[in-house]
Design a protein around this ligand. Structure first.
Ligand code: BGC
Length: 780
């Protein structure tokens, strides 16, 4: 069970959460939600001592490898450095034996530090105090620091401690590494090399241990062990009652995929660079290294400073939790890398990126740190190569983005086989990689969104126009002409609702394809006068003169489903004709996907039941194309049929509920989104945290409760705070200026240090100001 009130340090209230009792059967929960990282690497928070059921993961972003031709590429699980085995008077220490008191494991979000402490009474009756600390440095992206303290409280003990680097790891059995060289320098510095089997990425891990007894540094003679894929040091010492042993373990992780210059040299120089970096870390010492890390995090929180005065103090904690994980998982250092659907916190989704990034996470960066948003879009620009290949392989033109992507040029990496089919007992085929095609226009949409909010012309000139033009060309070649109806259709797809496969004219897909082609036409016309040189150079590679005619002709004749007499837009050609079933048992399920205990995906395909927001997502993205009453009617039709079996669902529903001024519902759905990872479910995060949902939590607050939207290039605010909230303050970046928004029950205040006039639309009214603006709240 997690506790959300700072138990030991009151200054960490709303900055930390704590596991108050060790739960052997739910280790995945804390391992994921308390995971550490810095965008370069992610470290799952398994305990130092080993237990059955634990999952140790260290992922370095971008180091994808393919186990064999029957599997898709994934982020390999690198060697473990967190395990420390402790033996007390010859007995292996474990929380499964003896008695534990004062247990707490805490993630401190403010300092990005994991701590664990407790008193353990051995079966022989000796009480020992344990304290552990861990961080993955935000200052030195290659550094991991681990600290432990052991104090026998009643009588002396003999303590044996085994710690090292263990490459006997795998991804659920798939071993991604060749056995590499291992070496111990000066009986002190451990170094292990591992190279991925197919992508041939070299990993170099270097580690050292330092010891203090009651504050005095001691040199302990280690017993050195090197085994197959593993090396460790074993230290033995006597501790008197009341004496404290402190161990610091410092680890450096480098790979040949790193963008720093040393990585491009040979393995030998990478190895000496890593060793040198370890020695420098040693000279600085754990405490100084931690301080530097803390300073970086202080700067992060300064930039993303949110204030929420809510009757539920959990709300601010939940938002900080979301921002913490977004920062921990995002490779801000390297535009060749994306954000995995589980970040770097677990094996789930293999480290692959989805539309989760562009639609759910990117808005947070667009409005909080646009340069990171740009880097994430550049990753997609680098992915054009794989997208063009996918289009060609499928008989289309232009750029057809992969549903799942790993290394940008790899192209499609969606696995083909998934969960069990309850009827046949076989694995269900995953069709997304073939027919979930809306990702292509989602990316074009994200480019447009970023450009509108940031005004970053150089990005558009270097990448953005090309992405929008070539994605439009894909759609133009993808459309199918229906002679009888004289319209262009898109058949055989999966829309955002993955419980409907092989559908025709999924409304979301058709409208977004239309948006994509119109956007291309708009920029094509604009460039003719604004930058004809750029247009002509793009024309020479993309054949724009011809393509633009196609975009025009097809955008004019694409089928865009319209509302029926009840005001309902069909999610696809057949959705409204499908069978209705009683979803009550599944609506109150404790575990997502319970429907599949009773039905196969083929059967679900024939029912009016949805996994997640589909058409409602369209209303959010292309907001001003649909009337408010229409949105409400469709919400009321589709929500009861939606199981929210995807973590992407609650936030979209919450934002729409805010749009309808249903504050109670919007808040309820926000809370459900916050509980996906941070809530009481013991296994919801086993495979890793839910990245998109974390971006969605930010969107519930900023796009929902503050009513912020970019519409037709203008920034709108329309606050509708939950009743239990008294104040909300947050920063926003808009066309290069920082705005600080403060919303109370009575007033909306915006401050900026920008000297130019800022133009906004507040409650539908255009306003311009410099310095500060105060607006009386409209009470609805
Ligand atoms: C959802 C997708 C999402 C993916 C990764 C799936 O369950 O249906 O929309 O992109 O998870 O988060």
């Amino acid at each position: 069970m997690l506790s959300y009130n700072a138990i030991q340090r009151s200054e960490l209230e709303q900055w930390s959460f704590t596991e108050t009792e060790f739960n052997l059967l739910a280790q995945g929960k804390c391992e994921s939600v308390m995971s550490l990282g810095n965008g370069y690497m992610g470290l799952r928070s398994a305990t130092e001592e080993a237990y059955i059921g634990a999952t140790r993961n260290l992922f370095v972003n971008g180091t994808f490898n393919r186990f064999d031709e029957l599997e898709v590429t994934e982020l390999p699980n690198a060697a473990d450095v967190t395990q420390v085995e402790l033996f007390i008077d010859g007995q292996r220490f474990s929380l499964e034996t003896g008695k534990v008191t004062d247990y707490n494991r805490t993630l401190n979000l403010r300092d990005a530090e994991l701590t664990r402490s407790f008193v353990w009474r051995s079966d022989e009756g000796k009480r020992i105090q344990f304290e552990f600390r861990r961080f993955v440095s935000k200052h030195d992206l290659h550094l991991i620091g681990i600290k432990l303290q052991v104090t026998p409280l009643d009588e002396g003990i003999t303590l044996r401690l085994a710690s090292g680097i263990n490459a006997q790891m795998s991804n659920s059995g798939s071993q991604h590494f060749h056995e590499g060289e291992k070496r111990i320098f000066n009986k002190k510095y451990l170094q292990l090399v591992q190279t991925t089997t197919e992508s041939k990425v070299d990993f170099v891990l270097s580690a050292l241990h330092q010891f203090w007894i009651d504050g005095c540094q001691v040199d302990l003679e280690p017993q050195m062990e090197i085994e197959r894929r593993k090396m460790e040091m074993v230290y033995t010492m006597e501790l008197k009652a009341g004496q404290t042993l402190e161990m610091h373990k410092l680890v450096q992780v480098h790979t040949s995929r790193d963008s720093d210059s040393h990585a491009s040299a040979n393995l030998e120089s990478l190895r000496s660079y890593s060793l040198e970096a370890l020695k420098q870390a040693e000279a600085a010492g754990y405490d100084r290294l931690f301080e530097q890390h803390q300073q970086e995090w202080a700067a992060i929180w300064d930039r993303y400073s949110f204030e929420i005065d809510s009757e539920n103090r959990f709300d601010l904690l939940a938002l900080r939790f979301a921002i913490y994980h977004l920062m921990v998982m995002t490779p801000v250092h390297d535009h060749r890398m994306g954000i995995g659907a589980k970040g770097l916190s677990g094996e789930g989704y293999k480290g692959h990126s989805f539309w989760d990034t562009e639609i759910f996470i990117l808005p947070f960066f667009i409005y909080s740190e646009p340069k990171i948003a740009r880097s994430l879009l550049e990753y997609r620009y680098l992915g054009l190569e794989g997208a063009r290949r996918k289009a060609k392989e499928n008989g289309f033109e232009g750029a057809m983005y992969p549903w799942e992507v790993a290394w940008p040029s790899d192209g499609e990496v969606t696995p083909v086989w998934g969960a069990v089919d309850i009827v046949t007992g076989k694995q269900t085929k995953i069709w997304s990689g073939f027919i979930e095609q809306h990702i292509t226009s989602d990316i074009a949409y994200a480019v447009w969104h970023y450009y509108q909010a940031s005004g970053d012309q150089s990005f558009m000139d270097e990448c953005g126009y090309e992405m929008i033009f070539d994605t439009a060309t894909f759609w133009a070649s993808r459309l199918e002409w229906n002679e009888e109806a004289s319209i262009y259709e898109i058949n055989e797809v999966i829309g955002p609702d993955e419980y409907k496969e092989h559908v025709d004219n999924n409304a979301f897909t058709n409208y977004m394809a239309h948006f994509n082609m119109q956007l291309a036409l708009h920029y094509y016309d604009e460039l003719k006068t604004r930058n004809p040189e750029l247009l002509s150079s793009l024309d020479s590679i993309l054949n724009l003169a011809h393509s633009s005619q196609e975009w025009q002709e097809k955008a004019d004749a694409i089928y865009l489903p319209k509302p029926d007499e009840r005001g309902i837009i069909a999610q696809d050609d057949n959705y409204l004709l499908k069978q209705l079933i009683d979803l009550t048992p599944y609506k109150s399920q404790s575990k997502v996907g319970s429907l599949f205990q009773d039905y196969s995906l083929d059967q679900v395909n024939e029912m009016q039941v949805s996994k997640q927001a589909d058409i409602l997502m369209l209303f959010y993205l292309l907001e001003n194309r649909f009337a408010p009453e229409l949105k409400r009617a469709n919400y009321d039709y589709y929500e009861p049929k939606t199981l929210h079996d995807s973590s992407l669902s609650f936030s979209t529903h919450s934002i729409l509920a805010s749009d309808f001024d249903d504050k109670k519902l919007a808040y309820e759905l926000f809370r459900r989104a916050t509980e996906i990872d941070l809530g009481p479910h013991e296994h919801s995060s086993d495979a890793g945290i839910h990245s998109a949902s974390l971006g969605g939590i930010w969107q519930c607050v900023v796009m929902g409760f503050a009513g912020m939207r970019m519409l037709d290039g203008e920034l709108h605010l329309h606050p509708r705070m939950p009743e239990s909230w008294h104040r909300l303050a947050f920063p926003l970046y808009w066309k290069g200026s920082k705005l600080e928004c403060i919303i109370t029950k009575d007033q909306l205040e915006i401050k900026t240090d920008c000297t130019d006039e800022v133009h906004l639309v507040i409650y539908g009214k255009r306003v311009s100001f410099t310095g500060q603006l105060q607006f009386e709240m409209i009470h609805i």
